[in-house]
Ligand binder design. Structure first.
Ligand SMILES: NC(=O)c1ccc[n+]([C@@H]2O[C@H](COP(=O)([O-])OP(=O)(O)OC[C@H]3O[C@@H](n4cnc5c(N)ncnc54)[C@H](O)[C@@H]3O)[C@@H](O)[C@H]2O)c1
Length: 266
């Protein structure tokens, strides 16, 4: 996958999928700017990027805060002169205390919308002018299997991820004339802190899962829902991102690619 010397921003890069994407893009030769809510949390990602050796940067970037977005993008352009790839990975499944609520409340809807949709719009709109003037760019948005089919676990989360697919198509149409490709990825089920929160909640709440540990719930869910019978890993998602960020994908735009072991085939 050739992303040699491309300048790539990854949001939500402190852990889980975002960290794996940052590391994979760097391994493929990109100059990676790994960003997250707190710079301090990016230490592990930073260590791995330094080990790989390309020019890289870690940066605080809260996608819900316009000033944070603008100052991060300015700093990146000042230091790297260009932006070739934007990976919109930051996401949340609910507001603080989401696990304790039977039904998501307004704070959950607001938090999910602020990060998963409006946050994605803020950072993307800040990056588009540079990509337009370069007449090239790759934007990759993190959706989910829940963007394909509604979820009772967190309806606002599923709605936001369906919105990500729609937004991806709109941007793909709008930016095609500038040779900017915009695609989404729909990951399946991964044992990251996000899914650990879900399994933890089910272990406390649901009759069906009484006596199971969160990890046992996760394993049973994989067995039940994934035809390939294995969990997806952050690296699986990172490989798909690296492909979409590369020139091999120059004729792919407006698509939502499933990386889900066959759980959803549409
Ligand atoms: N884990 C799964 O099974 C799964 C499945 C489908 C889709 N996804 C999606 O993949 C992406 C990454 O998920 P993950 O499992 O690694 O989640 P995670 O919760 O482990 O990591 C999310 C990261 O986003 C960051 N973040 C949250 N709010 C932010 C903000 N306002 N600004 C910047 N960063 C912010 C967090 O600090 C964290 O580092 C998310 O968009 C998620 O919705 C995950």
């Amino acid at each position: 996958m050739d992303v040699n010397d491309k300048v790539a921003i990854v949001t939500g890069a402190a852990r889980g999928i975002g960290k794996a994407i940052s590391v994979q893009l760097a391994k493929e030769g990109a100059q990676v700017i790994a960003t997250d809510l707190n710079e301090d949390d990016l230490g592990d990602t930073h260590d791995e990027l330094i080990g790989i050796g390309n020019k890289s940067l870690i940066l605080k970037l809260d996608v819900t805060n316009q000033d944070s977005v603008d100052s991060a993008v300015k700093k990146i352009i000042d230091e790297f002169s260009s932006i070739d790839v934007l990976v919109n990975n930051a996401g949340t499944i609910g507001a603080r205390g989401w696990e304790e609520r039977d039904v998501p409340d307004e704070s959950d809807w607001d938090a999910i919308y602020a990060v998963n949709l409006k946050g994605m719009v803020k950072i993307t709109e800040a990056v588009i002018p540079t990509m337009k003037s370069n007449r090239r760019g790759k934007i990759i948005n993190m959706s989910s299997i829940t963007g394909r089919l509604g979820t009772v676990t967190s309806p606002p989360y599923g709605v936001s991820k369906a919105g990500v697919i729609n937004l991806t198509q709109a941007w793909a149409l709008e930016l095609a004339e500038f040779s900017i490709n915009v695609n989404a990825i729909c990951p399946g089920i991964l044992w990251t802190p996000m899914w650990q929160r879900i399994a933890n909640r089910w272990s406390l709440d649901e009759e069906k899962w009484k006596g199971y540990t969160p990890r046992e719930i996760f394993d049973a869910t994989i067995k039940d829902r994934i035809p390939l019978q294995r969990e997806q890993t952050p690296e699986d998602i990172a490989y798909a991102v690296a492909f979409l960020a590369s020139d091999y994908a120059h004729n792919i735009t407006g698509q939502a690619i499933n990386v889900n072991g066959g759980s959803h085939m549409n």
